[in-house]
Ligand binder design. Structure first.
Ligand SMILES: [Zn+2]
Length: 273
């Protein structure tokens, strides 16, 4: 059911889910643990396709060409997945607030023709504190039919026990060792070269953001790195305002306590694509 490339990366997880799918024994909620965010996302989107393909080929493999498959792959599907994440405008300090959950719960009350998958990309208690978590518990425990919760966390210890106890934990492997060149990558020495990269995968962007966060542990350090980046883009012959806006937006997010990791990986990905 899962793609060959995903099976190569996480054979036992694919096997485990394939067997659950074949026996229609999918749990209500899974907690996807581990630091490799892009890998978890890749897995989640494949699972969403498997659950919603209109014309699965043999062995339940998604066809990849039907309307649902297409929309899911291009992240254009109106209902798949339903993403629950800290709302920058409405939330305070990068937290998923109770009002968001109430709105979300009324949305999933409606019947749907799809197997709806709810992604909570930051299930840590810092982003999903007890008040918000509590209002979710019942629907995680007894969801409507054809609803699946996928919660992401880097570290299971950071998730509230009330949430953990209602999810089946799946441990994803962490990032593979970076290549020798990247082990020596120092953002301050390489920043100019680094802005010349033409395109980058989300996976790579995520790896870079890990390295940068090892080197810049405090928000003020990250802020001055972003100022330095802005200066580099301003010095370019053809000033690209969209890139400068991306950097400014990342600074705002850091100031409003959004996850530095998420902010950086998105920035790097968007700057270099
Ligand atoms: Zn399909």
């Amino acid at each position: 059911m899962f793609s060959e490339s995903l099976k190569e990366k996480i054979p036992s997880i694919c096997l485990f889910f394939e067997s659950a799918l074949k026996r229609t024994r999918l749990a209500n909620a899974y907690l996807l643990c581990g630091g490799d965010y892009p890998l978890k996302e890749e897995f989640a989107y494949e699972l969403i396709k498997i659950l919603n393909c209109l014309n699965p080929i043999e062995n339940g493999q998604p066809c990849g060409i039907c309307l649902n498959c297409n929309w899911i792959v291009n992240k254009q599907h109106p209902d798949l997945p339903i993403i629950l994440e800290p709302d920058l405008e409405k939330s305070k300090k990068g937290v998923i607030v109770v009002e968001q959950i109430a709105k979300f719960l009324s949305r999933i009350q409606n019947k749907s023709q799809f197997y709806r998958v709810i992604l909570i990309k930051t299930a840590e208690s810092e982003q999903l504190p007890s008040q918000s978590a509590n209002s979710l518990l019942k629907s995680i425990e007894e969801p409507n039919p054809n609803i699946l919760f996928l919660l992401f966390t880097r570290d299971q210890e950071q998730v509230l026990p009330t949430i953990c106890s209602r999810c089946q934990a799946i441990n994803f492997p962490n990032h593979k060792q970076l290549s020798a060149l990247e082990d020596n990558f120092n953002i301050d020495n390489n920043i100019l070269e680094w802005t010349k990269i033409k395109s980058i995968s989300f996976y790579k962007a995520s790896q870079y953001s890990d390295i940068i966060l090892q080197q810049k542990k405090e928000i003020p350090e990250l802020m001055s790195l972003l100022d330095h980046l802005t200066a580099i883009y301003l010095e370019k012959e053809k000033i690209d305002l969209s890139k400068i806006k991306l950097i400014e937006n990342a600074k705002l997010r850091l100031k409003s306590f959004c996850s530095p990791k998420n902010t950086l990986e998105e920035l790097i990905f968007n700057l270099q694509n």
